[in-house]
Design a protein. Structure first.
Length: 499
């Protein structure tokens, strides 16, 4: 059956089988939340699952967090409108996993960290911990707001809802799911989500192949002639973020910052029992995450070919809507429900757990001097999930004008990610005493990268955004090293400077 005969009668409709698939998929999340959340007794349960999560589950959950809505929605949009020049990032991020596994994870287990920013307290002092956690809030809230917007935009287009209705519904669902279940629910549900993302992607890929006249061979030829298969660009142009060496380098720095200093990602790695198990979990994500990302890039390319072969079929108004537009208007019942379920699962925002864990471990506990009961801290953790959920919804609403969701998310992360990564590397690679100097370094680095991004946006300078996190990391590291002894206002604890 060709593409032209697959479309009539499908536009804007959901069949009973689609609705059933979606209902079952969401109900399973609540079942998981109930099973793993009913015995939450303290914050060790709520944030670490008592480090009893199986490695394979943690690996799949990590993959789900990395894939998220940005992969399901953003990757097809990028391949549909551009090409495959995101591939060098994969190489850099694979190398980043290895560095994080052997440089970062050992100290997190050494200090028995609930939040990775507790390491900054042990190494430098409380001021650096507060700053690191605050920068995480800023980075993760913004980046997760973009992810939430990407998922809810797709669901809204498929269901015919407005964005506010969709955001409200999924914010409530996310808060209930995570506030009750904690990290164990997040991790086990993440494993389930990763399987759904892969299954939905494979099903859509196969369907698209059958809808393209001439199959995969013809699709390859059309995409190649249009430059949609370009994956590597060998040049030394600083203004080109997709050049091979620039992509690898920026992918490496973004990967190290994401996997080693972002509580959203590392929290999953800290739920397994031992350091070695955690290291194996992280390295194994190379073979679970990258193939799925390539799969969704391929889907974007096939969508381009599909619309090229069928000029009479209405295209999406914007590239960021391509996956949801195709699901709503061109998929048969059953497959439509499967893709919709995958996008909805990506809307259930797991960062709420990591935001709450960082707030309690890095700010609330130290300020209350750990004098409250575990029941109180568990209640405060759940209250934090509610507050952060509402903030995420507001940020998602502010992302309406974003065009390329994928690149925008990386740009936002690069502004503050370099500041956090720089201070972590200062603690891991040197024995330099510093505390308040780190705050100055992080603030200066963030202002510098923000200024460079704005200057490049207004075309006043020629600098690819890929350099932002590299510049930010080096600036923080250098300033922290130089300013540390000068503005050190507190004596180091007995555990500082011991890595």
């Amino acid at each position: 059956m060709n593409a032209g005969t697959a479309i009539p009668g499908l536009a804007g409709t959901l069949g009973g089988v689609d609705i059933s698939i979606v209902i079952v998929a969401v109900l399973l999340l609540f079942v998981i939340s109930y099973i793993f959340g009913r015995e939450e007794k303290d914050t060790n349960d709520f944030f670490l699952g008592r480090r009893q999560v199986p490695s394979i589950v943690a690996c799949l959950s990590f993959a789900a967090a990395e894939i998220s809505a940005l992969t399901i929605v953003g990757f097809p949009a990028t391949a549909y409108s551009e090409n495959w020049e995101y591939v060098p990032f994969f190489i850099g991020q694979a190398a980043a996993r290895i560095l994080v596994a052997f440089l970062f994870l050992p100290v997190f287990y050494k200090y028995d960290c609930t939040s990775v920013y507790e390491f900054l307290r042990h190494r430098f002092g409380p001021a650096t911990q507060y700053a690191g956690s605050a920068f995480f809030f800023l980075t993760r809230l913004t980046a997760s707001g973009v992810r939430l917007y990407a998922a809810c935009l797709s669901v809204a287009l498929i269901m015919g809802w407005n964005l506010v209705q969709t955001l409200l519904m999924f914010t409530v669902v996310s808060i209930i799911f995570i506030a009750f279940g904690g990290i164990k629910a997040v991790v086990w549900a993440g494993a389930y989500q990763a399987i759904c993302f892969f299954a939905a992607g494979v099903a859509l890929f196969i369907y698209l192949i059958y809808q393209i006249r001439g199959g995969l061979a013809e699709a390859w030829q059309i995409a190649d002639q249009a430059g949609r298969l370009s994956a590597v660009r060998f040049d030394f142009n600083l203004n080109d973020p997709t050049a091979l060496w620039v992509g690898i380098l920026s992918g490496f720095f973004i990967g190290v910052a994401s996997f080693g200093t972002d509580q959203e990602m590392t929290q999953r790695l800290l739920t397994v029992k031992t350091r070695k198990a955690s290291q194996k979990t992280l390295i194994s994500t190379i073979i679970t995450v990258i193939p799925v990302m390539c799969l969704y890039l391929a889907i974007g390319t096939l969508l381009y070919v599909f619309y090229e072969q069928n000029p009479g079929v209405t295209r999406p108004d914007e590239a960021k809507e391509v996956i949801s537009h195709f699901v709503a208007n061109s998929l048969p019942h059953g497959l439509k429900g499967l893709l919709l379920a995958a996008i909805i699962l990506a809307s259930i925002d797991s960062p709420l757990s990591s935001l709450a864990s960082s707030f309690i471990s890095d700010i609330y506990r130290p300020l209350t001097r750990n004098k409250a009961t575990e029941k109180h801290y568990l209640f405060a953790s759940r209250a934090g999930v509610i507050v952060f959920g509402l903030i995420l919804a507001l940020i998602a609403l502010a992302c309406v004008r974003v065009q390329n969701i994928l690149w925008f998310a990386f740009q936002i992360f690069s502004i503050t990610g370099g500041a956090i990564l720089g201070v972590f590397l200062l603690g891991l690679l040197t024995k330099r005493r510093a505390n308040h100097g780190n705050i100055i370094a992080m603030a200066a680095s963030t202002l510098l990268t923000l200024a460079l991004l704005l200057l490049s946006k207004f075309e006043l300078i020629g600098l690819a955004w890929s350099w932002l996190i590299i510049i930010g990391t080096c600036t923080t590291f250098a300033l922290g090293y130089l300013l540390g002894p000068v503005v050190l206002k507190s004596k180091p604890t007995s555990r500082q400077n011991q890595v």
